[in-house]
Write a new protein. Sequence first.
Length: 147
Amino acid sequence: MRIRSATLHDLDGICALLNSAQLPTVGVERHVTDFLVVQREERAPDDEILAAIGIERYGDAALLRSMVVHEDARGTGIGTRLVHELEQRATRHAVHTLVLLTTTADRWFATLGYLPINREDVPVALLESAEFRGACPASAVVMRKRL
């Protein structure tokens, strides 16, 4: 398996994987080139995407979004590798703060250094994202990591 930058060709596969995990797809098409994907080394006939993660950049802050791993590949470390790679790429793009919303993975993200914050502590620019404008429920935990 390898991590690579997503292309427009990957949009349907990313959205299918997100839908299977009941995660929002709103806005993915506008930011697909800021996604990373994992595919099998031996290309599957349908170019199956096993995992994906995205970022929406808003100046020096960004929204980490759409972290998803196919159920058959969970527990293999792919998710951790994807987050670390995304953080490195974000740093290279002068992003200093990553924020995310989650309804199920707050404990897991805490193991990677993300801390819960109040919504009023979210950088204002990120509030324009689809996830903060309603794609994620108000009950979602907001977390932040300074890079």
